[in-house]
Write a protein that binds this ligand. Structure first.
Ligand SMILES: NC(=O)CCC(=O)C(=O)O
Length: 306
């Protein structure tokens, strides 16, 4: 993770694609995702063309641990090293790179199941990749906290049946902001957001896919909590809800500002949410309630290991 000073925070337009039609046919999933990126890139009547487009978690595959190995792609990205897209073994990476170039926008490519190597002893990750407007792959994040839950009678899910958790925290810099990365369940771990905020992130973006049990209770609450605690913007981008799929996503893709207000959101159908990320709210929240300068690290140090 870079420790350079963050870029100046400038207003930018975000487009969250709450993608529908994610089925078992990967080629169709990729074609539809690209079409939606190009549609999102034109903006809507009330907004300018977006600077950054975000896809949801697991956009090229059905969501479920049995599917991950079958849909996984080998990316072989090494942070800080140039990446030759033309030699990439990942069709999703190639599509996202082309889409970023055609749309001339930054893209956070939701997430895909990733295979660490082409060898038989490969590990599998839930991975997001990031593209600059010239189509370069510039950052990657592997979901750190795997979604392993069991709420009797409601939902049981165990990503760790086939996935391994990522081992790093990641952000990237654009010409308008420093952007921290997480994936879905990662939002339940405030440490991650706190570290990103203290490293200068202006916004944390989480491709995600909550469900019909935890979604209504926690989806908005967690985003507002992380936003207020850290006085940064928080956004989560979900797939659309498909009641014929094995996993029912909550939807409600949204952007929350540093005061904890929901700036924009949608319901559960396929949709594109456009929102302006306004640095003025970031500055006024921090000036009015100056917790970022009132922290008592002298007191907290004793609980670091608890
Ligand atoms: N895909 C996920 O990580 C789902 C997380 C979730 O639903 C939760 O309640 O947390």
């Amino acid at each position: 993770m870079s420790t350079n000073p963050p870029p100046a925070f400038k207003p930018f337009t975000l487009a969250l694609i709450q993608l529908g039609q994610i089925g078992s046919d990967k080629a169709k999933n990729l074609t539809h995702a690209k079409d939606m990126i190009l549609k999102a890139a034109t903006g809507n009547s009330g907004s300018k063309k977006p600077d950054l487009i975000v896809l949801p978690e697991c956009f090229n595959s059905p969501y479920g641990h049995v599917h991950f190995p079958n849909y996984a792609e080998t990316i072989l990205y090494r942070p800080g090293e140039p990446y030759d897209i033309s030699k990439s073994q990942s069709e999703s990476v190639k599509m996202l790179s082309e889409a970023a170039k055609e749309a001339k926008t930054w893209i956070i490519g939701g997430s895909i199941p990733e295979r660490s190597t082409a060898e038989s002893d490969a590990e599998f990750f839930n991975t997001t990749t990031v593209y600059s407007p010239n189509g370069n792959l510039v950052a990657m994040h592997r979901k750190v906290h795997l979604f392993d839950i069991d709420i009797p009678g409601k939902i049981k899910f165990k990503e760790s049946e086939t996935l391994t958790g990522g081992g790093s925290l990641n952000h990237f810099d654009t010409e308008f902001a420093r952007i921290g990365l997480g994936i879905c369940y990662d939002i339940r771990f405030p440490e991650m957001t706190m570290i990103a905020a203290r490293k200068g992130a202006h916004i944390m973006i989480y491709p995600g896919a909550f469900n019909l049990t935890t979604g209504p209770l926690h989806w908005e609450l967690l985003q507002r909590a992380r936003a207020v605690d850290n006085q940064i913007f928080i956004s989560m981008c979900s797939p659309a809800r498909d009641m014929t799929a094995g996993y029912h996503a909550w939807g409600h893709s949204m952007l929350v500002d540093p005061m904890g207000e929901v700036v924009a959101q949608t319901e559960h159908n396929e949709d594109i949410v456009y929102a302006v990320v306004d640095p003025q709210i970031f500055s006024s929240a921090r000036a009015g309630i100056p917790v970022t300068t009132q922290r008592r690290f002298d007191v907290y140090s004793e609980v670091q290991e608890v």
